[in-house]
Write a protein that binds this ligand. Structure first.
Ligand SMILES: [Zn+2]
Length: 345
């Protein structure tokens, strides 16, 4: 369930792969994208992209957001705002704070005890004026927002002290612009043997927001790892891939899946033997079912594998999340896995 991926040396290879396989990308989307756990695109915007956004702002807002300025206490327009909604970045629109976390600090600036989502803000040490303070910035556009202090209320004990000028408030009944909305996601399910490695490599795909390990296509409710290993429940170890279909297509995910494992093996995968390790694509729509079946036909016709493909394509049943210890297993343990990197040439 690792959300933020680090841009690494595979980036160039990834870009070539994505560019070749997905005509749905626009030029601005050809870099490695980052998403927050809350499902927002938090990819850092370039100075070029920022220019037209800054042109819409007044001088005072530019001074505060771009030059780390501070507005005078008790003067900000959002200090006494008690309406329900969220506070987005005045520059790029990313939601940064929620009315649920706002409190009256008496300091004269809007105060919150928690951000909207942890990855939406970044912090930086600020030693200006001989004071050791921690500055808060918007993760997506670097706009200066304010400072965070350790004298806030429970449960966090933090006080995020904001400039009203850095924020735009959207009430619950207001229409929200695209730049302030979460990404419209799609889900795909793949069973390719032990889920640890399959989860790990899907998570590296550009446009993949989140991957979780679990159990599917069995006959019992809420199975445990032990139940599934008994082979009595009929579940297959499966990964749930949440992705941004504007960036990566279902077909590209299928291509990666068939590179990652050996689809000709029946009820096993490498050293792991049992029906829980069978190869399967569990589809959530007729469209996914059609794309998966056509892709398997293509692979068969091109003789991509010397043995017949044994992958089952079935409508998805309930996905049961696996125990915490199975999530991000490769990432957390540092162990290697036998699954092939599907994104390498
Ligand atoms: Zn921003």
């Amino acid at each position: 369930m690792l959300i933020i991926r680090i841009v690494n040396c595979t980036l160039q290879i990834l870009l070539i792969l994505v560019l070749n396989s997905a005509a749905i990308l626009t030029p601005l989307e050809t870099k490695m994208l980052l998403y927050s756990r809350a499902g927002y695109n938090i990819t850092h915007i370039t100075d070029e992209q920022k220019k037209p956004l800054l042109e819409k702002l007044n001088e005072e807002t530019i001074r505060i957001t771009q030059k780390a300025g501070t507005e005078r206490p008790f003067c900000g327009t959002l200090l006494d705002n008690k309406k329900d909604g969220f506070y987005s970045c005045i520059v790029c629109g990313l939601p940064l704070f929620s009315s649920k976390h706002k409190f009256t600090s008496g300091t004269g600036w809007p105060s919150f005890f928690s951000p909207f989502a942890p990855e939406h803000i970044t912090t930086k040490e600020d030693n200006e004026f001989d004071m050791r303070r921690v500055e808060i910035l918007c993760t997506r556009c670097d706009a200066h927002l304010g400072h965070v202090f350790d004298d806030g209320p429970k449960p966090t004990g933090k006080r995020f002290c904001l400039n009203s000028a850095s924020l735009h408030f959207y009430g619950d009944d207001e229409e929200i612009p695209l730049q302030s909305k979460p990404v419209q996601t799609e889900t795909a399910y793949f069973a390719g043997g032990c889920f640890w490695g399959v989860e790990h490599w899907f998570q590296k795909g550009n446009g993949v927001i989140n991957v979780e390990s679990g159990y599917m296509q069995g006959a019992t409710k809420d199975p445990t790892y032990k139940d599934v290993c008994s082979e009595k429940t009929g579940h297959a170890e499966t990964v749930k891939v949440t992705f941004d279909p504007k960036v990566i297509s279902y077909k590209t995910l299928l291509e990666a899946f068939f590179k990652m494992h050996n689809p000709t093996e029946v009820n096993r995968q490498g050293p792991d033997i049992g029906s829980q390790y069978r190869s399967g694509v569990w589809t959530i729509s007729g469209e996914q079912q059609k794309i998966a079946n056509e892709f398997i036909k293509e692979l068969t016709a091109s003789e991509a594998f010397s043995e017949p493909i044994a992958t089952q394509v079935e409508p998805a049943k309930t996905f049961y999340l696996a125990e915490e210890g199975h999530q991000d297993y490769i990432e957390n343990t540092g162990r290697s896995c036998h699954v092939t990197n599907p994104w390498a040439e």
